[in-house]
Design a protein around this ligand. Structure first.
Ligand code: NAP
Length: 289
């Protein structure tokens, strides 16, 4: 049996249609939502992501502002840039594209962003609210996108065993909290690089969320037939193509032969993440009115 494909492109179009209505309502009030993206350095993957975010803004009528900062800039200059955006009343959402150049403290920068404009949802105040059980604020985009994906696919998580592979501040940890929150009610195991016998753990899971960054790590024999597998991973694998690389997930494509549902890479969690960023930008703008 082939797994149902969880089509993130299609699901994100539906989210965008809902957002267009909310953007139109804001325009009626004379407010154009505005997202500012700060990009430090010239990491090629970051530039690809930022362009995708700019295109999404253009589709929805959200103004986007991009601030390019050279990689050898002083930390204080990035601080000044964020502070200026915080105090700009025309800017509703701010994100500083990850990764920052080596040695630059991402958490320090994140915590400088006004929590009301923190559309990545990584500020201590926004993550803290999530831990308190309040999911009405600005949620981290990738985990929120995964939750939307599961909801759109009518997956009932109550009492289900979920394994989240990865415990990062950006994906794995907030994902685990969202899955185990009251009302969603999955029983969650968080796995990481020190976890023993990952294969056995995964074979017991009804839902697997892979957010590691290792190409094709989750193989067919790790997956219980019929389970739901969400592939967050984005890995650049070099090849002889014109581009010189192709993208793979953390889940081997052969998992599609046993899983009940599987999100593809590309076209799965990636578009959902961008849709959630747009959703946070609109929400931040509404909250600021
Ligand atoms: P990260 O900060 O590097 O975290 C990776 C996590 O994987 C860590 O918790 C690490 O464990 C764990 N890990 C590493 N090797 C492992 C192993 N052999 N077995 C089990 N766990 C292992 O990465 P991230 O930012 O969470 O991103 C994870 C992946 O998702 C990357 O491929 C990234 O590109 C992708 N991503 C995609 C989107 C999207 O929109 N599609 C968004 C964000 C990230 P330790 O904590 O023990 O080191």
């Amino acid at each position: 049996m082939a797994a149902t494909v969880l089509d993130g492109r299609e699901m994100s179009r539906e989210i965008e249609n809902g957002l267009k209505v909310r953007v139109a309502n804001l325009l009626d009030l004379g407010v154009t939502p505005c997202l500012a993206v700060v990009i430090v350095g010239d990491d090629p993957a970051s530039h690809v992501y930022v362009r995708a975010k700019e295109r999404a803004c253009a589709r929805l009528g959200i103004r986007s502002v991009r601030i390019d900062v050279p990689s050898d800039v002083e930390f204080e200059e990035v601080v000044r840039t964020v502070r200026k955006l915080n105090s700009d009343p025309d800017v509703n959402g701010i994100l500083v594209q990850s990764p920052l150049p080596e040695g630059m403290d991402e958490i320090k920068i994140t915590d400088l962003i006004d929590p009301k404009k923190d559309v990545d949802g990584f500020h201590a105040q926004n993550l803290g609210r999530l831990v308190q059980g309040d999911t009405s604020g600005l949620l981290p985009c990738t985990p929120a996108g995964v939750m939307h994906m599961l909801e759109s696919a009518d997956v009932d998580l109550t009492g289900k065993r979920a394994v989240v592979i990865g415990r990062s501040r950006i994906v794995g940890m907030p994902q685990s909290i969202l899955l185990s929150q009251k009302g969603v009610d999955a029983t969650v195991t968080i796995a990481h690089s020190r976890t023993a016998d990952m294969a056995t753990l995964c074979r017991e899971a009804d839902v697997i969320i892979a957010a590691v960054g290792i190409s094709n790590m989750v193989t067919r024999d790790w997956v219980k037939p019929g389970s739901i597998v969400i592939d967050v991973g984005v890995n650049r694998v070099n090849d002889d193509s014109e581009k010189g690389y192709h993208l793979t997930g953390d889940v081997h494509p052969e998992v599609g032969e046993v899983a009940g549902a599987l999100s593809p890479v590309p076209g799965g969690v990636g578009p959902m993440t961008i849709a959630m960023l747009m959703s946070n930008t609109v929400r931040a703008t509404e909250m600021q009115q």
